[in-house]
Ligand binder design. Structure first.
Ligand code: FES
Length: 142
């Protein structure tokens, strides 16, 4: 049975094998993010139990960390993207357009518009909305 700390459906999510979520659950032994007692509220049949939002009831994030953004320390909750961390820190725009110097930051938030480009650890043109922040990351903007 897939049960971690009383939470059913955290591991063995059907269709999630090989994804970041499955990898994270594997790294933390399934205990890093969810610690609560909600079994009984979770759909246990048909392989959809992992998709139930009830598995997140009582979830607590792992300890946070910081990344450096243009030399400034920005706090990050594990699992946040660089874009989410910037937004949470009150940084709404971090680059400008080639023509007209229009300010850009998160727009679509799903990797479609490319408005959120940043450089992370020297790798240019990463979409901040899709790039998960890691401890010690050096983010530069233009
Ligand atoms: S906000 Fe649109 S690609 Fe990142």
């Amino acid at each position: 049975m897939d049960s971690v700390n009383g939470v059913t459906g955290v591991t063995g999510v059907t269709g999630a094998e090989g994804t970041d979520h499955a990898d994270r659950a594997e790294r933390t032994g399934g205990t890093g993010r969810v610690d609560g007692a909600v079994s009984g509220n979770v759909d246990k049949g048909g392989g959809m139990s992992g998709a139930s939002p009830y598995r997140l009831v009582g979830a607590r994030p792992e300890p946070g960390f910081e990344v450096r953004v243009d030399g400034r320390a920005v706090p990050v909750v594990p699992g946040q993207t660089v874009g989410a961390a910037l937004h949470a820190a009150g940084i709404r725009t971090w680059r400008t357009t080639r023509f007209g110097d229009r300010r850009r930051g998160l727009f679509c938030g799903i990797g479609v518009c490319f408005d959120c480009l940043v450089t992370v650890n020297g790798v240019e043109n990463l979409r901040a909305c899709l790039t998960e922040a890691r401890p010690g990351d050096e983010v530069t903007t233009s």
